[in-house]
Design a protein around this ligand. Structure first.
Ligand SMILES: CCCCCC/C=C\CC(=O)SCCNC(=O)CCNC(=O)[C@H](O)C(C)(C)COP(=O)(O)OP(=O)(O)OC[C@H]1O[C@@H](n2cnc3c(N)ncnc32)[C@H](O)[C@@H]1OP(=O)(O)O
Length: 312
């Protein structure tokens, strides 16, 4: 009970089972030309292509008329585990290599949660090699999304904290379900961790410096209406219209000649992607040393405990 009280105040967490979340208050919580790809990834490590033992399908891909819908499918909360991230990259590369695929709608199989963010269990109680592999996979997914030649639309049909928010931010357009129980934001500080510079860069490019400073320091999670106000999402629609709106927005984007849109996207995004590419290895080492610290492991342990024990 004591833990709950302290944790709730410390972490200000929200979720569909907890009630509405408010930022700033108590948060419970074609022309078909294919251009040379932006130099983005340095290749996914062979080690990460290993088959995982479960053989579950964690990313559902459904493609028709040049548009793929990718659904995250990792119950209960669509956490971004190493296994999911690895499968995501493989599916993504297949779509990128398929000349007929011009756009991707990124969404979730779960009705209330887009993604709970990075899988905390991949950042807790593991060894340095695991942390390094995990972080490289996180970088890779972001680079793939952020620099994709395809049009990427996030259909955010539920809560989207931290890593879930990052995947949305890396998309070209964000549509969120207008349900005040859902929230989106980079809440890393609430866990006692710090969003890396490239999360921050992506946020600043989206909502501006001042709003980012405020949101990042306080780990704010925004309900859809507030997210729309600050530009964290581009559109909010009734819950049952998220996918259909994503399809109609996609068809508008696909009216633009691919080569012109792609070159423009590269012009806008390449400097940000390059900043990570230039220091990718150092960023991994920084993550490994940060996450391995006893104090950070303790914070993550407490946070996991809090998630398990909090009242739903
Ligand atoms: C240099 C250092 C850089 C570090 C940078 C790190 C960058 C990014 C960090 C992240 O992405 S950390 C993840 C942050 N995510 C969160 O804070 C979200 C936490 N979860 C929630 O708020 C809620 O779970 C939810 C998503 C709103 C859903 O709520 P709901 O009530 O439906 O479900 P729960 O009962 O809370 O959860 C069910 C089950 O899932 C476990 N769980 C939840 N989130 C995660 C997670 N991110 N990773 C792993 N596991 C998670 C939760 O503990 C429950 O477990 P059980 O009790 O069923 O065992």
């Amino acid at each position: 009970m004591a833990l709950r009280a302290v944790s709730a105040l410390t972490w200000g967490l929200g979720g569909p089972g907890v009630g509405p979340l408010r930022s700033g208050t108590f948060l419970r919580c074609a022309t078909q030309h294919r251009l040379e790809k932006m130099p983005s990834s340095i290749g996914f490590p062979e080690a990460s292509r290993r088959p995982f033992s479960s053989h579950r399908i964690l990313v559902d891909v459904d493609q028709s008329h040049g548009v793929a819908t990718m659904k995250l499918k990792n119950p209960p909360v669509n956490s971004l585990s190493l296994e999911l991230l690895t499968e995501f990259v493989i599916s993504w590369e297949k779509l990128e290599n398929d000349k007929s695929c011009r756009g991707v709608i990124l969404t979730s199989n779960s009705p209330k949660i887009f993604s709970a963010g990075l899988d905390i269990t991949d950042m807790y109680g593991k060894n340095a090699a695991h942390y390094a592999e995990f972080w490289k996979a996180v970088q890779e997914v972001w680079l793939k999304l952020y620099t994709s030649n395809m049009v990427v639309i996030a259909a955010i049909n539920g809560s989207s904290p931290a890593g879930g928010c990052l995947m949305s931010l890396a998309s070209d357009y964000r549509i969120m379900a207008d349900n005040p129980k859902y929230t989106i934001g980079l809440n890393e500080t609430l866990l006692g961790i710090v969003a890396p510079f490239w999360f921050k860069d992506n946020l600043v490019n989206t909502i501006g410096n001042r709003a980012s400073e405020h949101a990042l320091q306080r780990g704010l999670l925004f309900p859809p209406a507030d997210a729309l106000k600050i530009g964290l999402v581009d559109q909010i629609v009734p819950e049952d219209k998220v996918q259909s709106t994503a399809l109609s927005v996609m068809s508008e984007w696909l009216k633009i000649p691919d080569h012109a849109r792609q070159l423009t996207k590269t012009m806008m995004r390449k400097p940000t992607a390059d900043r990570l590419l230039k220091q990718r290895e150092a960023d991994i080492q920084n993550f490994v040393s940060f996450i391995s610290k006893d104090s950070i492991q303790k914070s993550l342990h407490m946070y996991l405990k809090f998630l398990k024990e909090r009242e739903k």
